[in-house]
Design a protein. Structure first.
Length: 221
């Protein structure tokens, strides 16, 4: 039986003093909690997870990106205030701002022991273009194409990746289509075979021309 995340965290910290690891709870029905590991020691922690005899997490089945926008959280707290010359406890609404960031999330399994997954997260400091994270491809080769996809669609720059370049979009493409604030360009007049909702957007670029009965018909401009 595989160890709990708390036990895995404790053993990593015992093997490598100074590492920073947090357990990120997942409140969904899957209850798939994860380990948030610090970027400075990420590669060393990954190697530990792969070679540790009790874990042998030798297969990365999936790596994906997550975009977290800036957010403000409101919470109600009780504070002591002077009310009519008397100190009373009153409820007050406070706001706390959390800056946005990007994440790379890896699902790890052991083909040797046939257990898993252990979910590992890396987190950027902000949402800047080319926000850096260490590549885990040198530890799990199966992460190579998936880190390229995260780089392509989210803009995370994986330092130490052996071949970091776009994999879905063309080299000259600007922006990152999977970010939550991405806005697709209004260039549907160039769509060669528009259909469904793309056809409706393309028609906005069509110029009207008169037909034989005097009605107007939309044609590409």
């Amino acid at each position: 039986m595989m160890e709990s995340l708390e036990e895995i965290k404790a053993r990593i910290q015992a093997a490598a003093p100074g590492v920073k690891i947090d357990i990120v709870a997942n409140g969904s029905p899957s209850q798939q909690h994860s380990l948030l590991i610090d970027n400075e020691h990420a590669v060393g922690i990954a190697k530990f997870l792969r070679v540790d005899p009790a874990l042998r997490l030798d297969f990365c089945s999936n790596a994906t990106g997550v975009d977290w926008l800036d957010r403000t959280v409101k919470k109600t707290v009780k504070v002591k205030k002077l009310v009519e010359d008397a100190e009373k406890e009153v409820e007050e609404t406070q706001e706390q701002f959390f800056p946005g960031y990007l994440e790379a999330v890896y699902h790890l399994y052991s083909m040797t022991h046939k257990h898993g997954p252990v979910v590992v997260r890396l987190r950027t400091q902000d949402r800047a273009d080319r926000a850096p994270l260490p590549s885990l491809t040198p530890v799990w080769r199966s992460a190579e194409f998936q880190e390229r996809e995260i780089y392509d669609l989210y803009g995370i720059h994986f330092e130490g990746h052996p071949d970091l370049r776009r994999i879905l979009m063309w080299d000259e493409f600007i922006d990152f289509p999977m970010r939550k604030d991405y806005r697709e360009p209004d260039d549907y007049e160039y769509e060669p075979t528009p259909h469904d909702d793309v056809l409706l957007k393309a028609k906005q670029h069509y110029a009207p021309r008169p037909t034989q009965d005097g009605a107007e018909k939309l044609t590409p401009s």
